[in-house]
Ligand binder design. Structure first.
Ligand SMILES: Nc1ncnc2c1ncn2[C@@H]1O[C@H](COP(=O)(O)OP(=O)(O)OP(=O)(O)O)[C@@H](O)[C@H]1O
Ligand SMILES: [Mg+2]
Length: 390
């Protein structure tokens, strides 16, 4: 019999709960679009989408494990030899098979060095073609910036010769090297992955619980989907935790009831670590000894601007994109009647400073973006943690 952890797989390929989605702007499924893109010889495929939306899983689904060769942007540092890595990941030995570059340098002939290099590359490309391999450069944004440009340069030449590549990245981050690279224009298949809708997320719960013989009402599946904040990974996580709770109960309960949801959300946050991010946000930038204005909330707390912003993001309903008016409304709503309210400009300044503070830190801290009067939450797991974590 299948176990819950086989059905709901937040960290791996979800064999039993894989949902095929239709992309809103084309009316076609993502699988179809990626397949179509790979088939066009001489083109590079650029797959872009927010964090945890299923970009990697889509590549694995469409290409299949026998034909996919995955490398990550994080595999590169400035000195990494692109073709050496591409060869190694496909199981080809690079140095043993071909004359190494160093020996050539000793001979001292520039010409022969170039030729040998081309030969090496050719062999790798031929091998990929012969075995029908597709190279997926995942999380391209993790490669150092100079390296991204070099990789794009290498790819430009290789794709022309029928080498198949998909470059996967987060929005905005790899634009220059790939999408805004003049050398590649007219040779790109672009696929933008949109956030998941509540309807599509609901399917994960329905399909999964059905296989486990557990019933779930559409309204319950819908609530979990809303809390999942457009992320299929969160949906998988929460469903798996619901199963764990049901199993612990041992009462042979085979329905997902309303009462269990909050506990399941809380258990789910145990998998994430955003404590430091949240405390940094609440502290805000260094005040250099000056004290900040405090505002009294309905619940009787005294919060400064940064604490108010953090609070307001966590409010109901959970939303990944908040217009400024919405942020302001939520903040005013938190405050006690008659309490002096912060000026809109002060809220905007607070948001800008917060973005600056987080933007200068490691990736895990880049959880939001304040741009053109809209506050974007970039990481669904962060917002989920903010709502349900301790
Ligand atoms: N089509 C799908 N159907 C059901 N669940 C899915 C689907 N796609 C993704 N998921 C779930 O979401 C998880 C994350 O997916 P994936 O790793 O592909 O996201 P990603 O966009 O590559 O994230 P990152 O930006 O971190 O690389 C998967 O492990 C799986 O649990
Ligand atoms: Mg990925």
């Amino acid at each position: 019999m299948l176990k819950a952890e086989d059905i709901f797989r937040p960290g791996a390929f979800p064999e039993y709960t894989y949902i095929s989605r239709t992309s809103a702007n084309s009316g076609l499924t993502y699988e179809f679009r990626l397949n179509q893109a790979i088939k066009v010889s001489g083109f590079l495929t650029s797959l872009v989408g927010p964090s945890k939306m299923g970009k990697t899983i889509l590549c694995e689904k469409v290409i299949g494990l026998e034909h996919i060769v995955e490398i990550s942007g994080a595999d590169f540092d400035e000195g990494t030899d692109f073709w050496k890595l591409v060869a190694a990941k496909a199981g080809l030995s690079y140095e043993g098979q071909f004359t190494s570059e160093q020996e050539i340098t000793e001979v001292g002939s520039k010409f022969s060095k170039k030729e040998t290099f081309a030969l090496t590359k050719d062999k790798i490309i031929d091998y990929y073609k012969e075995k029908e391999l597709v190279l997926v450069i995942d999380d391209f944004h993790y490669a150092p910036e100079v390296k991204r440009m070099q990789i794009a340069q290498q790819l430009k030449d290789a794709i022309r010769r029928g080498f198949k590549t998909i470059v996967v990245s987060l929005p905005h981050r790899a634009d220059e090297a790939i999408r805004q690279n003049a050398d590649l224009s007219g040779r790109l298949s672009l696929i933008n992955m949109e956030p998941w809708t509540v309807k599509d997320l609901e399917q994960i719960a329905k399909v999964g619980f059905e296989q486990l013989g557990i019933s779930i009402d559409t309204s319950i599946a819908g609530q979990i989907a809303v809390e999942s904040l457009t992320s299929p990974q969160l949906m998988q996580y929460i469903c798996l935790n619901i199963c764990t709770i049901l199993e612990m109960d041992r009462k042979g309960c085979n329905a997902v009831k309303q009462e269990i949801l909050e506990t399941a959300y809380r258990y789910t946050t145990a998998n994430f670590e955003y404590g430091e991010v949240i405390s940094l946000m609440k502290k805000g930038p260094n005040t250099r000894g000056k004290s900040r204005n405090k505002f009294r909330t309905k619940e009787g707390y005294e919060y400064d601007m940064y604490e108010l912003i953090v609070k307001s993001i966590a409010e109901n309903p959970p939303i990944m994109q908040l217009e400024f008016e919405e942020v302001k409304g939520r903040i005013y709503n938190l405050l006690a009647d008659g309490c002096e309210k912060p000026k809109p400009q002060a809220i905007r300044d607070g948001l800008a400073k917060l973005q600056e503070l987080l933007g200068g830190r490691e990736d895990i801290f880049r959880v939001l973006e304040w741009k053109e009067r809209v506050l974007y939450i970039l990481d669904p797991l962060f917002l989920f943690y903010l709502r349900w974590g301790r």
